[in-house]
Design a protein around this ligand. Structure first.
Ligand SMILES: [Fe+2]
Length: 398
């Protein structure tokens, strides 16, 4: 008689990609010259925005480079939620000189702009050619990211988002070409962030951690960063809202934001982000704010299919005990996310001032665009277009 077949070990190979160099801590942005030297780069284009230019922070960066005898050119005309037209203008500027790298300096928008410029500069074409499901792994110009907000995690991700202004579609572009070769993560740059930006970007980072942890593509590598990010962000969101100069909390938020970026770059985001991008594109709601509008409702919708995972998020946030049941922990999680929104003054779409008729009319389009991005496919419950429409109706004024 043949013996029982040994059980086959089912193993899944996880993939991970990270910036080659990281400098983390107060003052890290002052090391840009040394980083460029070590990478053999010497002709950077700094991509930033007008606000940072006027704040004097760009000048500080350039002064630091001069100490390494490196001259930089600056493009400061990026726009919030970058459009294809804004990228083309930046690209024209880039082509006026022989740059060997692009430095993204700012919040998510300048860094995302830098990523798109770096790819188009080498591979040509237009932004729309690169949107998902296209994957751009072949390298563009090297990207160095210096975030000035604690939120997008863009410094550690292989994604960029560009809006097609002719269709109001937020195009997700993915691939290793968008992963910065180096990131300088300097929390001191966030000390002057105004409260609204602090809250929106902070909730974006928390959303990255939660979505990476519940994603169908979550893996043991991404899980470590997701849980660590949630642990760092959750107790400090209110602290940075109440006291912008709380250095300890700012440092934790910056580290958590980068860890959340690593987590979702290697596990993807899910339904919150899928539904958030169309809100941003059609109604010009900042990215973190549209995530926040969705997070409690989408969490309640998705949790039944991933009880253990969401309960673990609640434990990482320190709002549920290790021995508390999953249902109880998830109840606390949904309540806490709603309470964070209340305390950090996150408006509903209605309170934000969105026209109710336009909202209703666009719900079917937004549901289709959410599905087309692919992100809802990673959600614990993969929703139908009708379910997404229902969720948009539910968050209108929860
Ligand atoms: Fe995000």
């Amino acid at each position: 008689m043949a013996g029982a077949m040994p059980r086959r070990i089912c193993s899944m190979v996880s993939q991970a990609a990270l910036p080659r160099l990281l400098r983390i801590g107060g003052g890290a942005s002052g090391e840009l010259g040394a980083i460029l030297d070590s990478l053999g780069l010497s002709r950077p284009l700094i991509v930033t925005d007008d606000f940072l230019l006027k704040s004097g922070k760009v000048e500080m960066l350039i002064d630091g480079l001069r100490r390494s005898a490196i001259e930089a050119r600056v493009f400061a005309d990026t726009v919030p939620e970058p459009t294809a037209a804004s990228i083309e203008a930046a690209l024209a500027f880039q082509q006026e000189a022989d740059h060997d790298c692009v430095v993204g300096f700012g919040g998510g928008s300048p860094i995302d702009s830098a990523k798109a410029i770096a790819v188009l500069a080498v591979h040509g074409g237009r932004c729309a050619d690169y949107k998902a499901p296209h994957v751009q792994d072949a390298a563009g110009l090297p990207i160095i990211a210096i975030p000035t907000t604690a939120g997008t995690g863009s410094e550690a991700t292989r994604f960029t988002i560009v809006t097609d202004e002719t269709t109001d579609e937020k195009m997700l572009c993915a691939g290793l070409a968008y992963l910065p070769v180096a990131a300088l993560v300097d929390y001191e740059l966030t000390l002057t962030m105004p409260p609204r930006l602090t809250a929106d970007t902070g909730i974006d980072a928390l959303t990255h951690g939660i979505e990476a942890y519940v994603s169908a593509k979550a893996n043991p590598f991404s899980d470590i960063f997701a849980l660590s990010a949630i642990k760092a962000i959750a107790p400090n969101l209110r602290r940075v809202w109440n006291d912008p100069e709380d250095r300890v909390a700012r440092e934790a938020m910056m580290l958590g934001s980068m860890q959340a970026g690593i987590a979702f770059s290697n596990a993807s985001v899910a339904l919150v982000h899928g539904m958030s991008r169309p809100i941003g594109a059609h109604f010009h709601v900042p990215h973190g704010l549209s995530n926040a509008m969705l997070l409690p409702t989408v969490t309640a919708f998705s949790a039944p299919a991933a009880l253990a995972r969401y309960a673990q998020c609640a434990r990482a946030m320190d709002i549920a005990g290790a021995d508390e049941g999953e249902q109880g922990a998830i109840g606390r999680l949904v309540d806490e996310l709603a309470r964070i929104n209340e305390e950090l003054e996150v408006p509903s779409p209605q309170a934000f001032g969105i026209d109710p008729e336009r909202w209703s009319a666009l719900i079917p389009v937004m549901a289709e665009q959410a599905l087309a991005s692919g992100s809802p496919g990673n959600n614990p419950i993969v929703p139908t277009a009708e379910q997404i429409q229902g969720l948009y109706r539910q968050v209108w004024n929860p």
